[in-house]
Each structure stands twice: as C-alpha cells, then as structure tokens.
Design a protein around this ligand. Structure first.
Ligand SMILES: Nc1ncnc2c1ncn2[C@@H]1O[C@H](COP(=O)(O)OP(=O)(O)O)[C@@H](O)[C@H]1O
Ligand SMILES: [Mg+2]
Length: 230
C-alpha cells in the first residue's frame, strides 16, 4: 500500500493561478512519490512553482486536479478545518524567514503548536525545553525572536516544527536568509535530526545543489513538470 511506503503520493497534480483574464499554469501535471523516512530536495529556478508544490503537500492549498496523498490522507477531500488539524498533527513547517511570533518568547513559540493541539501545559513545556536543548538554544528560552541571530531563530523554528512529532518536515529554503556558516549549522541539524528519527521524512526546497547532495532523492521543477532522480 502506498499509504505505508510513501509519505507523499502525487499523481497528475495541476495548479494554476488566475491573473486578470488569463491563467498562469504553474504545475502542469506532477507525479511524485516520496518514501517514508527519506530526505528529498526540491530544486528549480525562481518562479518555477516550488513553493506552490510545497504548499499543496502542506495542505495549505488545494490542487486544481490530480491525486494528492500525504501521510495516507487524501488532501483533496479535507475541509479547511480538517486540513488545519492535519497540518498541526502530521506536519512541521520551516520557512526561509523563520516566521516566529515576535511577541512570544522562544519557549512560548515552540510550545504554541502543542498548545493548539491540546494537552497539559507542564508536559508541553518540558518537551519544548528538551527540543530547544537539542537544537542548541538552551540559553535562549526566555529571549524574544528579535534578540536572536538568524541562525538561532531558524533553530527555534525547527524546534517549533518538531514539537508535535511530525511525520513529515517541510522546509522552504531554510538556509536562504543565512550566511554560509549559519546555513551549514542548520544543515548539520537536519542531518542529526534525521539520524535520531529515521522514520520522519523531509522535503526541502533549495536553490543549492550542494545541499541537494545530502538528499536521498532530488526532484527538479521546470516548465510545470517534475523530474525525479533517486
Ligand atoms: N497566489 C498567487 N497568485 C498568483 N500567482 C502566484 C501566486 N503564488 C505564486 N504565484 C506565481 O506562480 C509562480 C510560481 O510561484 P512559486 O511557487 O512561489 O515559485 P518558487 O517558489 O519556485 O519561486 C510564480 O510565477 C508566481 O508569481
Ligand atoms: Mg518559493
């Protein structure tokens, strides 16, 4: 069953945007299968539709047509509310610009998705603290995001993405805003997380072919189509 073997199972997915009177066909028929526990990189020129495809996998948008199964769930059939719950329970998101909430401390940011999912505050706090130790931010729990470097903010965002034990981590150019050294630290962190959690899958957008070499599978978008290399 694809449900067990593949964390992502996409067949014939299309997505276009309406711009005035015309349509921009961004994804023209995508087929993609991502194995559970694997690390996939998604490459492609700027504007080729990488974020659009990741947003579909992340249940943030819906395809115009085609099959889109993630973690065994047919995303095309989910209501908005079910999609939000699916994201919270099954997925972790890491963005180029971190997207931490500025009014919350680092610890509160990491706790937030778990608070939304429900559960005891004391237990969630312990889990968040442990994750922040894992990502190297033990000394930054009470700081606000703006008091941290970009690399530190991204570490906090990764801890937040992990707090609900996601099956799939989706990262959209997670090193795109960082200098080479901080970016390398983030990649080392992804590598370590992968070793400590071999069943969790990663799909990462990147512009960088060196980063893509870390992956088990490289998928490249061009002209609305995807080419996959194992
Ligand atoms: N909400 C939207 N409305 C209209 N056009 C969009 C929208 N989102 C993205 N696009 C367009 O779709 C194309 C692909 O965008 P995107 O998926 O962000 O590409 P990438 O992440 O590869 O740079 C771009 O031409 C972009 O301008
Ligand atoms: Mg993008």
């Amino acid at each position: 069953m694809s449900e067990n073997q593949f964390i992502v199972n996409i067949a014939g997915v299309t997505r276009s945007y309406r711009i005035g009177d015309s349509r921009l066909e961004v994804l023209r028929g995508i087929d993609w299968q991502v194995r559970r526990g694997s690390w996939s990189c998604l490459l492609g020129a700027s504007g080729s539709g990488k974020t659009t495809l990741l947003n579909l996998i992340g249940a943030l948008e819906k395809p115009d047509s085609g099959l889109l199964e993630v973690a065994g769930v047919d995303l095309g059939k989910l209501s908005r509310r079910a999609a939000a719950e699916f994201r919270n329970r099954k997925l972790g998101f890491v963005f180029q610009a971190y997207h931490l909430l500025p009014e919350l401390t680092i610890l509160e940011n990491v706790m937030l998705p778990a608070r939304l999912a429900g559960g005891g505050k004391a237990d969630i706090r312990l889990r968040a603290e442990a994750l922040l130790v894992t990502v190297g931010l033990a000394e930054r729990l009470r700081h606000r995001p703006t008091e941290l470097s970009g690399g530190e903010q991204q570490r906090a965002a990764i801890a937040r993405a992990l707090i609900n034990g996601p099956e799939l981590l989706l990262a959209d150019e997670p090193t795109g805003n960082l200098d080479a050294r901080s970016g390398q630290g983030i990649l080392d962190l992804f590598t370590a997380l992968r070793e400590s959690h071999p069943t969790r899958s990663i799909v990462m957008i990147t512009h960088n072919r060196e980063i893509a070499q870390l992956a088990d599978q490289v998928a490249e978008l061009a002209d609305g189509r995807l080419t996959v290399q194992e």
